[in-house]
Structures are given as structure tokens and as C-alpha cells.
Design a protein around this ligand. Structure first.
Ligand code: PLP
Length: 469
């Protein structure tokens, strides 16, 4: 078993080893990835590192001790609120990321409902089927029942269905701007009306689009309203560490007024360690992430964000048009956005096999299910690979079409089966087993693709039980 080395090692030696470990990581520098890293350019990244390092050790746990960090937080929230056309009453907190910005509103609105009336039942929240998984996690963590509203054929939530799912137990409605799987914006204006009519809070999950949509709009693009201009919207989450191009570990949750956010606060007046107050989930809060978020917003400015938005949307349009032009492929829905899924329109083209072919060419590909597809999120750096990506994609589709076996080999077979298998509990059980292995003391790291020992085993097991071939 690995132990702390008896004697500390030489810094240079350690750093070299660490760099070596990164050698097998996905390559975002050459724009081969479509998620995980929102990389602008080296110059911006170097600047963020400087900003982060200035407050590397500072801790926002105690805002009285580090007034600088409180100032960063207040100003990041003020700037975000203004970007969302909020008035002077809008408040919020910096959080550690989108997940925290989705967890907290569930807790907040649950406790707000409890403060108003006894809840002799499990509280419920009505969300689109396409809602980010962070909300499902929140429901699990905080004991709120999640009620899924179906999507229409354009992948936007069916507002009439939402209306019908509301009852006296409903504590929250959620809409996405845009949704992660399909990049479409739910009809937030209509949800806002429903929320007002029923006097239920409405949270807009703009983790992904929050720092992009306002600038597309400023560029003259058509963006349906999703922010505090809509009176039924009570809170918004928006990630500075996505299209805000800050360092990881920074997101925002903003509320229309303190009337809502006060239910997010935690105070324990009796703790032997002292009277304790905390605005969000974390105890120790990393000053570097706060500083880098503040710095990113000042460094880019509206101009910078607008220029990024222009480039991002230009590249996205090229990619979407290019994908639609490939015989057998189509972009799902009509996402006028930089995040989207695409799937196959041809029985002979298995979309997951296309994904395998693309991975063999060095692309890191994300898969989605229900319906099955491949997925991408665009950053300005993708401009340089549009042509090579589309050429590879066209070749991949041809390879799959002319070789049907590719659909039942490698990870395509596994993803296909996982997406279609009606016995969902079986999948969950297998994935749980994988998690236990991954987080066992050995921490065996499954490798990507067909030689993934986990995927091979799961596939073999599932095929044996349910597979036809
Ligand atoms: C990314 C994302 C989240 C979660 O954000 P993390 O920073 O990954 O925790 C939540 N909602 C949407 C729509 C997202 O795209």
C-alpha cells in the first residue's frame, strides 16, 4: 500500500513525476475534448493562475478575517445579478461549482416551505426530464421527491404537463437555460407564469448558459428571456468556471431577494467551537477560486465575453451545419446554442459505433442516452479543428455503415445495451460495483474504450443475460 514517503522528496522530482502522470489524460490543449475543460487560451490561463495564486491561502470561511474575499464575492454576485437584469434586491453566494449551485436551492426552498407551514408529507419538485443530474442528487440528499415533466418533441419541457404535476406538496419548479443534454432553453417565460399563478418558486439552471446567453443577446442573437426580467423567476445558478472562463471551483447562485436566500444560511449558536454561521455548503472556502472568478470577469469584460460568444456561436453553427450535412446524422432539436447532441437517422449507422471510430482517431467523445447520441460543448479553441473533426466524422459514419459489426463490438455494444436495457436496476448495480472498485484502496482506474476492464465485464454479463447475439 502507498504510504507517505519517510523523507520528503525533491520538489523538481515530484513535479516531473506529476507531469508524467498527466501524460495519459485527455488532450484539451489540442481541442480534442468537448466537455470538462473550458479553456480559453494560454494567456488567459496564465493570468487566472496569477490571480488565483494571489489568494492561494486565503479562506472565505470567515469573511470578517478576509474582507478582500467578501468583496470579491459581493462584486461577483452584483455583476452576475446585473447581467441577469436583477434589481438592487438580488443577493447570492459564490459556490464551489454548478452542483453546489443546484443543491442549495433545493435545500433553501424546502426549508422555506417548512418555515411557512408544516409539511406532513414528502416535499416535491417538478423538473424537466432533461434537468441536470445535480438536481437528482439534490433530491436524494435533501429528501425531496423529484417529479419529472416530459419533454416535447423539440426537447423543451412541456409546460402544460408541469402545470398538471403541481400539487400542495410542490416546493419548487426548475427550468434549464439551456439543458445539458440537448442545449435547448426550456420555455422559462411560460414556467414563470405557472410559478406565479401557483405561488411556487422557480429556479433557472443557467449553470451552462449563464455566462454565454446574455452576451449572445448583446450580440443581437435571439435568446428567449430566462432571467430576473421574468417575475416568476426566483433564483438562477450560473457557473463562472464554465463560460465565465474562471478557474475551477467557482459558480454563483443568485436569489431575487433575501426573503429566499435567508433560508440557505446555516447558524449554530451552541457549537463548542464557537458561534458558527455559514452561507453555503462548504466550511473552508477557497480564496483562490473567488479571486480568479472576480479577475476573469474584470479581464474579459463585456467586450471579451461578447467576442467569445461570437466565436463560440460561429464555430457551433459550422459544426451543427457540418453534422447535419453528413448523410445519416442529425443534430437533436434546434439548439441555437454551443452545446448539443446529435444522433443517427439511418438504421445502418449506430451512433455509438461512430463514437468509437472517433475515439480511435483521438477525439474524446461524450455519449448521451434516451435518445442515444453523441454530445459536444464548444469553446473558441474548437475553431481550429472544425474541418478535421467533420472530415473524421464523415469517415467514421462511412466506416460504420459499411461494417455493421462495429455496432456490436467495443464500447458501442455496451453503450447501446446500457441505453436500451429495460432493467435499469441491473445497470445501477453494476455501476455501483464499479464505483466500489474505483474507490477501493487500490483505486483501479478503468481505461477508456474497449479495453476498459469494467465495461468489458459489464458487457459480457449483460450480453449473457439479455443479449441476442
Ligand atoms: C455543468 C452543469 C451543472 C453542474 O455543474 P458542475 O460545475 O459540473 O458541478 C448543473 N447544471 C447544468 C445545466 C450544467 O451544465
Amino acid at each position: 500500500m502507498k504510504t507517505i514517503p519517510k523523507r520528503g522528496l525533491d520538489h523538481a522530482e515530484i513535479l516531473e513525476q506529476m507531469q508524467q502522470y498527466g501524460g495519459q489524460d485527455v488532450n484539451y490543449h489540442d481541442a480534442k475534448t468537448w466537455s470538462l475543460v473550458y479553456h480559453l487560451d494560454e494567456k488567459h490561463t496564465d493570468f487566472l493562475k496569477q490571480a488565483y495564486t494571489l489568494y492561494f491561502s486565503e479562506n472565505a470561511l470567515n469573511p470578517m478575517a478576509f474582507k478582500s474575499l467578501k468583496r470579491f464575492e459581493t462584486e461577483v454576485i452584483n455583476m452576475t445579478a446585473a447581467m441577469f437584469h436583477g434589481d438592487k434586491k438580488v443577493v447570492g453566494t459564490i459556490t464551489s461549482g454548478g452542483t453546489e449551485s443546484c443543491l442549495l436551492p433545493v435545500l433553501t426552498y424546502r426549508d422555506m416551505a417548512r418555515a411557512k407551514r408544516k409539511l406532513p408529507f414528502t416535499p416535491e419538485m417538478v423538473v424537466p426530464e432533461s434537468v441536470h443530474v445535480a438536481w437528482i442528487k439534490a433530491a436524494k440528499y435533501f429528501g425531496v421527491k423529484i417529479i419529472y415533466a416530459p419533454l416535447k418533441s423539440d426537447f423543451r419541457v412541456d409546460v402544460e404537463a408541469v402545470r398538471k404535476l403541481i400539487n400542495r406538496r410542490t416546493i419548487l419548479l426548475v427550468g434549464s437555460a439551456p439543458s445539458y443534454p440537448h442545449g435547448v432553453i426550456d420555455p422559462i417565460a411560460e414556467l414563470s407564469l405557472v410559478a406565479q399563478q401557483h405561488n411556487i418558486p422557480l429556479h433557472v439552471d443557467a449553470c451552462l448558459g449563464g455566462f454565454l446567453l446574455p452576451f449572445i443577446e448583446k450580440n443581437g442573437g435571439e435568446v428567449p428571456q430566462f432571467d430576473f426580467r421574468l417575475p416568476g423567476v426566483t433564483s438562477i445558478s450560473a457557473d463562472v468556471h464554465k463560460y465565465g472562463f474562471a478557474a475551477k471551483g467557482a459558480s454563483t447562485v443568485t436569489y431575487r431577494s433575501m426573503k429566499y436566500m435567508k433560508h440557505q444560511f446555516f447558524v449554530d449558536e451552541n457549537w463548542p467551537g464557537g458561534v458558527f454561521a455559514s452561507p453555503a455548503l462548504l466550511g473552508t472556502r477557497p480564496g483562490g477560486a473567488f479571486a480568479a472568478a472576480w479577475a476573469a470577469m474584470h479581464a474579459l469584460g463585456e467586450d471579451g465575453y461578447q467576442e467569445n460568444a461570437r466565436q463560440i456561436m460561429e464555430v457551433s453553427a459550422k459544426l451543427q451545419n457540418g453534422i447535419n450535412a453528413v448523410d445519416g446524422l442529425t443534430v437533436m432539436g434546434h439548439p441555437n446554442m454551443s452545446v448539443f447532441g446529435y444522433n443517427s437517422t439511418d438504421d445502418k449507422v449506430n451512433i455509438f459505433a461512430v463514437g468509437d471510430q472517433m475515439e480511435a482517431k483521438g477525439w474524446h467523445i461524450d455519449r448521451i442516452q434516451r435518445p442515444e447520441g453523441l454530445h459536444m460543448m464548444v469553446v473558441p479553441g474548437h475553431a481550429k479543428i472544425v474541418d478535421s473533426f467533420l472530415a473524421d466524422l464523415e469517415a467514421a459514419v462511412e466506416a460504420v455503415r459499411s461494417n455493421p459489426d462495429l455496432a456490436v463490438e467495443g464500447s458501442a455494444a455496451m453503450y447501446g445495451m446500457i441505453a436500451k436495457l429495460p432493467f435499469r436496476g441491473m445497470i445501477k448495480k453494476e455501476v455501483m460495483t464499479m464505483m466500489e472498485e474505483l474507490y477501493s484502496p487500490k483505486g483501479s482506474m478503468p481505461m477508456d474504450g474497449a479495453d476498459n476492464p469494467w465495461s468489458v465485464r459489464v458487457m459480457a454479463k449483460l450480453m449473457q443475460r439479455f443479449g441476442k447475439r
